[in-house]
Design a protein around this ligand. Structure first.
Ligand code: ADP
Length: 395
């Protein structure tokens, strides 16, 4: 039985990929195409012994990029002959997809029908699926949806309080994203403590360039901070997260901008970058804050306040929780953010052990804490490969 899986994680500006031996879940090769579609796009591939960097691969179509990935994997590994399937990250599965799904023509059409819900991401995902079907016609292709994990959320948490016909006719509702990461992280956490999923309540904080929080009860997502789009919820690197919904039209009128121009500001020029006026990179803002930069300090304060806001909401929704788990580039590495988020919560029984936090220990709560504070390194590509293989095994 073939047991190699390729995970393709195509975003709006990068394509990350990893090839796994699923027998022992080891990564055989991983890489990335950066600055997708730009003249200075680059390609990188690493195996346990080799590293290849192509600094200027020029503007290429998704088909050409996929072929490049396959040809270099073929050149640098011996494992493609054993390829069981390709798992594709798909940003939006709408209400149609509740789980990872084997891709046939009908599924591809249904994914394309959701393009309108994720115009920046789904068309790229579709292009890579088509390229993979062309290049590897005898290999299974599986779609792994960012939204699927959150399809268990109840209507009172996903229907917006706007006229109901916008949900019925236009599919406007909370979908939530980062599902693959939240799922990987809560499963890894429970595995690490040897716990089954039943009777567990976990708040998972994925804090990276994009950030979201998920409330997970008995292994199911019961609420999440992103919404109809990944612009909602927490403050992010360049995204504003939740703001007063009247602000966009106010800015548009006052500054003679189209709504699309305002949305671009809220997506690309806001968040940590917008408030700090320094960078979207948390490390740069932390450095500036240490030197006393007041906007950097404010940006970090807002960032943490938003995280605490959602932790509080999900704490109430689930009537407490067993663990708060941090992941993503910021969640896994920023001692300062974790400290600011987890300090001063003694009234709900949460204490932080600052020495453990500084050491990035997998559990950094105080011994007297009623709630575990944990760090788990996310691995979306491995989760995609696992789900893909499960789907293929069930065929
Ligand atoms: P993406 O969503 O693009 O995958 P990541 O999960 O890699 O993003 O997270 C990127 C963020 O993680 C950046 O804001 C970066 O500054 C932050 N980060 C990485 N390492 C650290 C660190 N040691 N301290 C603080 N922030 C960090």
């Amino acid at each position: 039985m073939k047991n190699t899986m390729l995970a393709i994680n195509a975003g709006s500006s990068t394509v990350k990929f990893q090839l796994f031996n699923m027998q022992n879940e080891t990564c055989l090769a991983k890489g990335m195409v950066d600055k997708l579609g730009k003249p200075d796009a680059s390609f990188e591939l690493k195996t346990s012994t080799d590293k290849l960097v192509l600094s200027n691969i020029k503007q290429k179509s998704p088909g050409e990029i996929f072929d490049l990935i396959i040809s270099k994997l073929d050149q640098y590994t011996d494992d493609l002959g054993n390829l069981a399937g390709v798992s594709h990250r798909v940003a939006h599965g709408g209400e149609h997809f509740q789980q990872s799904t084997l891709i046939d023509d009908n599924v591809l059409k249904a994914i394309e029908d959701n393009n309108v819900l994720a115009p920046l991401h789904n068309p790229t995902n579709v292009a890579f699926i088509k390229a993979a079907k062309n290049a590897l016609s005898n290999v299974y292709q599986v779609a792994v949806f960012d939204t699927a994990f959150h399809q268990s959320i109840a209507p009172e948490h996903y229907v917006y309080p706007i006229p109901y016909q916008f949900y019925e006719n236009d599919s406007i509702r909370r979908y939530g994203f980062h599902g693959t990461s939240h799922k990987f992280v809560y499963k890894s956490y429970l595995e690490s403590i040897g716990s089954p999923e039943e009777n567990t309540k976990i708040i998972c904080c994925h804090l990276g360039s994009g950030s979201s929080i998920c409330a997970i009860k008995d292994g199911k997502s019961v609420n999440t901070s992103m919404g109809f789009t990944p612009l909602a919820g927490l403050m992010m690197g360049t995204r504003c997260g939740d703001i007063d919904p009247a602000i966009p039209s106010y800015i548009a009128t006052k500054h003679d901008k189209t709504l699309q121009e305002v949305e671009d500001i809220l997506t690309k020029e806001s968040g940590l970058l917008g408030v700090s006026q320094i960078s979207n990179d948390c490390r740069a803002i932390e450095n500036a804050a240490k030197k006393g930069d007041s906007k950097a300090i404010l940006a970090l304060d807002i960032f943490c306040e938003r995280i605490r806001h959602f932790i509080g909401a999900y704490w109430l929704q689930m009537d407490g929780c067993d663990a708060i788990v941090f992941t993503g580039g910021i969640g896994e590495n920023s001692r300062l953010i974790r400290q600011k988020v987890c300090t001063g919560l003694e009234s709900i029984g949460i204490t932080i052990d600052e020495a453990r936090n500084q050491n990035n220990e997998p559990q950094f709560n105080g011994d007297d804490s009623k709630v575990i504070l944990a760090i788990v390194n996310t691995n979306e590509e491995l989760m995609m490969a696992r789900e893909g293989l499960e789907v293929i095994d069930a065929c």
